[in-house]
Structure formats: structure tokens, C-alpha cells
Design a protein around this ligand. Structure first.
Ligand SMILES: [Zn+2]
Length: 345
């Protein structure tokens, strides 16, 4: 079976999901490579397209029929795997982590050709030792103008300031849900994978802006049966939120329904989702985060309307300690429901 993370790799810079600013910056460099900075730092959280952009950039630089800075997707260079050519090399910092490794590669880093450009990507660059980073600095000065270095990192601050100051700094953000949804639909269509919109939505909400996670989940969708997949991607968040909103509105019947949903989850999932939800409510209530859906907006509205501080009640230790037993869990939730009602009167 083909790996989704591999078959979904974008060929052109424009095909990378989201990252509009980063794409614009790389397209401008690919258009005028001779007077651009030779060292580029791509930084941002994991799984949002750093190495994908680096590969697409190498292809754009070497495309024989470049179009507005991007690869054409059709010429010979575009049709082969860029990783298999002399135009692109990718190293993990675990392989070139110390000074000796970099010394050994020094010769190779140069690109002795008057045709094309070599892009050298160092992934997880923040894991290079300080000494290794210093010797890299020397390499940057030695290499000819046909070499670009791309340092991919999730922790830019761990790079030497001397490296940062001589690099072009490009920040990558989490990929918006709408881009992930479109990307999943396209990957599924291109590869004849049948998947319904509801399952795509589940993946989108689970992967939280990390496209690579979305691709791994799509792979799981292909392997697992429906129940196992739902267990993998489902969270108790919506059921918790529904329960609290119904408690707030005094709708006992529906709050019992949500309780019924909650006790179907494995205990470890309940604890994890409950903690994540508390954090989310806290962040939304102090406006650090925008409510991500209608349910959270509804809860925030209710919290503002009533004097009662729902968050205070939710962190009641009774509820956390009751998670080890579904009967106790129900009893504790009911207890909380009564408390809310008493306070609201
Ligand atoms: Zn091309």
C-alpha cells in the first residue's frame, strides 16, 4: 500500500496547503535566485509543510520551464523525484549533528555545475550542536552561489544568533481547516480513496492544523474498520460541551443523553478530552482563543450572561475523580447538575 504522506507530496510551491506568505517569499526567491539570501530558515510547528516547501522550492529553481517562480509540473526535472537528483539533498540533524559530520560533507555541499541549483535541507536544525552550527556558518561562507541552505526547525531560538542574523526567516503557521479539508478531498480523489464528508470532518478536527497528522489519519481510515477509526478520531469534547450547555439551560432530559454518550468512551480518552476542554474553555473565556465552533460560542455566551462561573464548577475535583467508574461518573455529573441549578435560582 502506498503511503499517503508520500503520494500527497506537492510538486509545485503553489500546491502546498496553506502557508500563503511562505509560498510568496519562496516564489520570489525562485524567480530571482542570484540576488537572494543563500540561507533560509523555515520555522513553525511540526507537520505543516516545511520539508514539502523545501522540495517544491528545489523543483521550482531547477524547472526548465519555470512559470512565475514556480515549477511547471511537466518538464523532465518536474517529472522525476527531486530527492533522487543532485539538485536536492536532505539531512536530518541526527546524521550531521556534530562538527566531524559537517567537515566530511563540506566538499559535497558545493555545486560544481553551471546548470541549476542545489538545495540542501537540514531538518530539525535546532538539534545541531553549537559547534556544528558554528562550522555550518563557515560552510555558508564557502559555498558557491548555486547552493541554497534551508534550515527547517520547530525551535528557531535554539539556532545561533549569528545564523539567524544572516538568514532569511520564513514562518509557517498551522494549516487552516478549510485548506486541510480541500487537501484531503483532492488526495482522496487523485488516489481513488472513497471517504465521506463526515469522516473528513472528523480528521480535520482531530489533526488541529497539522497536515501530516491528517494524512496519517487518512491512511488509518483506509486500514481500519469504521468502529476502530471512529474510536481513533472521536473525542468526547462535543458530548461534554453539550452536557454543560444543557445543564446550564436546565434541560435534564438532553443532558442525560449526553451523559449516555460520554460513558461510552474509554476512561483514558475521557480524562484526556476533559482536560483539553477545560484548557480550551479557560483560553476562550479570557479571550486568548477564539471559540472554534458553535457549541463553544454558545457556552461562552451563557457564561457571560449568568453570574455563575461554570468553569469553577467544572474543575470540581469530584468530577475528575469519578472518571474511574461510570456509575460514580454519572452520579458526580448529576451532582454538578443540581449544584448549577441551585446556584442559578
Ligand atoms: Zn518544470
Amino acid at each position: 500500500m502506498k503511503l499517503i504522506t508520500q503520494i500527497a507530496r506537492p510538486k509545485r510551491i503553489e500546491d502546498v496547503a496553506g502557508q500563503e506568505l511562505a509560498k510568496q517569499a519562496l516564489l520570489s526567491i525562485a524567480k530571482k535566485p542570484y540576488d537572494s539570501p543563500r540561507v533560509i530558515i523555515l520555522h513553525g510547528t511540526y507537520g505543516v509543510g516545511k520539508t514539502s516547501l523545501a522540495r517544491a522550492f528545489a523543483r521550482a529553481l531547477n524547472c526548465q520551464n519555470q512559470n512565475n517562480g514556480d515549477a511547471c509540473g511537466k518538464c523532465y526535472t518536474c517529472s522525476i523525484n527531486i530527492e533522487d537528483t543532485e539538485f536536492y539533498e536532505e539531512y536530518d540533524s541526527s546524521i550531521i549533528g556534530n562538527v566531524e559530520d559537517i567537515k566530511k560533507l563540506r566538499e559535497f555541499f558545493n555545486f560544481n555545475s553551471d546548470q541549476g541549483y542545489r538545495v540542501i535541507t537540514i531538518d530539525e536544525a535546532h538539534l545541531l550542536s553549537r559547534q556544528a552550527q558554528s562550522s555550518l556558518l563557515k560552510v555558508f561562507e564557502e559555498v558557491n552561489s548555486r547552493v541554497f541552505f534551508i534550515l527547517c526547525t520547530t525551535e528557531k531560538d535554539k539556532l545561533l544568533s549569528t545564523i539567524q542574523s544572516r538568514s532569511m526567516d520564513i514562518r509557517l503557521n498551522k494549516v487552516p481547516d478549510s485548506c486541510i479539508r480541500d487537501n484531503l478531498k483532492k488526495v482522496a480523489e487523485d488516489n481513488s480513496i472513497t471517504i465521506d464528508d463526515k469522516s473528513i470532518d472528523l480528521i480535520v478536527s482531530k489533526c488541529e492544523g497539522h497536515l501530516r497528522d491528517a494524512h496519517i489519519l487518512l491512511q488509518n481510515y483506509m486500514i481500519l474498520d469504521e468502529d476502530s477509526f471512529k474510536k481513533l478520531v472521536g473525542t468526547a469534547r462535543k458530548s461534554f460541551l453539550g452536557f454543560y450547555i444543557c445543564c446550564y439551560l436546565g434541560d435534564l432530559g438532553r443532558s442525560q443523553q449526553f451523559l449516555g454518550e460520554l460513558i461510552k468512551y474509554p476512561l483514558s480518552d475521557l480524562k484526556r478530552d476533559y482536560e483539553a476542554l477545560l484548557l480550551e474553555i479557560m483560553e476562550c473565556s479570557v479571550s486568548v482563543k477564539e471559540p472554534k465552533d458553535e457549541l463553544m460560542r454558545e457556552l461562552m455566551k451563557l457564561m457571560k450572561q449568568k453570574v455563575l462561573n461554570l468553569y469553577y464548577i467544572m474543575v470540581d475535583p469530584i468530577i475528575i475523580n469519578s472518571f474511574d467508574n461510570s456509575d460514580r461518573f454519572q452520579a458526580a455529573q448529576y451532582d454538578i447538575y443540581l449544584k448549577i441549578n441551585q446556584k442559578m435560582r
